[in-house]
Design a protein around this ligand. Structure first.
Ligand code: COA
Length: 260
């Protein structure tokens, strides 16, 4: 598969996906959504990949938002269709069976922050700035930003960011829980790779079920989420990985997981 706007580098169990449109600060357009959809479908089906890092090319931006030149040309119906497409693609990333870590290497604005937010968690460079500036364009976030931001940082912080459109610096993003860690720019990918390595060394089926229990659980009630947890918990007893993991502990050796 040829991609115009995405790069993918596989390093063992890790896939590093880079949004690569540096002359426009990696702004997302419609074609890029189709590419992201295909890329994450391929990754989901690729047994060799256990963890994904998503980042932006260049020093300045993760993704500086939806492509405003493209937005400006849309009819209302086309805008709604683009919003639905973007939401679907981002939901697909959120449901990716392999954990996706956003390495936020600079500006993450509008659709760029929405893209970072659909990842399983975020690590930021000290140079990163994050925000949802849509109201300054007379718009609102259209790729589920109004829904994911309050779930991540709480109602008050999300309201302030969405209503003012003002971006936050990395330290503020850390304080409100939008990112998990801030590192120097040169340390961003190595740090994400280290965390990805930890995840990749765990039982792959367990990692997948854990992410599903957490994210699907948050969509429903505590009772529904707990029911899902017990169902997935029991299902793990059917896997070789569970027998290997517990057996390895009891035999005082490292587990050798195969994702089965
Ligand atoms: N859509 C389309 N093009 C974009 C873009 C976007 N969201 N963000 C940046 N670009 C383009 C610029 O138009 C410029 O293109 P040009 O060189 O052909 O003129 C190029 O990327 C570089 O951006 P520039 O604005 O010159 O960089 P800067 O360092 O001065 O400013 C930002 C960086 C991020 C502050 C600024 O680009 C910006 O505000 N972008 C829009 C952010 C936004 O509102 N996003 C939400 C969209 S819903």
């Amino acid at each position: 598969m040829e991609y115009k706007y995405l790069l993918c580098e596989e390093k063992g169990a890790l896939a590093v996906v880079t949004v690569n449109r540096p002359d426009k600060l990696n702004a997302i357009n419609r074609d890029m959504f189709f590419e992201l959809r295909d890329m994450f479908r391929d990754i989901a089906a690729n047994d060799a990949v256990r963890v994904v890092i998503l980042t932006g090319s260049g020093q300045k931006a993760f993704v500086a938002g939806a492509d405003i030149a493209e937005l400006a040309r849309l009819t209302p119906t086309q805008a709604r269709d683009l919003s639905r497409l973007g939401q679907d693609v981002m939901e697909g990333i959120a449901r990716c069976p392999k954990p996706v870590i956003a390495a936020v290497n600079g500006w993450a604005l509008g659709g760029g922050l929405e893209l970072a937010m659909c990842c399983h968690f975020r690590i930021a460079s000290s140079t990163a700035r994050m925000g949802v500036p849509e109201v300054s364009l007379g718009l609102i976030p259209g790729y589920a930003g109004t829904q994911r931001l309050p779930r991540l940082v709480g109602l008050g912080q999300a309201m302030q960011m969405i209503l003012t459109g003002e971006p936050v610096k990395a330290d503020e993003a850390l304080r409100i829980g939008l990112v998990n860690q801030i590192v120097e720019p040169d340390d961003l990918l190595p740090t994400c790779e280290k965390i990805a390595g930890q995840i990749a060394s765990r039982g792959p089926v367990a990692v997948r079920f854990a992410a599903e229990a957490v994210s699907r659980g948050l969509d429903g009630t505590l009772e529904e989420g707990s029911w899902l947890e017990q169902t997935l918990f029991g299902l793990l007893w059917t896997t070789e990985d569970m027998k290997e993991g517990c057996g390895a502990f009891l035999e005082k050796r490292k587990p050798d997981f195969h994702g089965r």
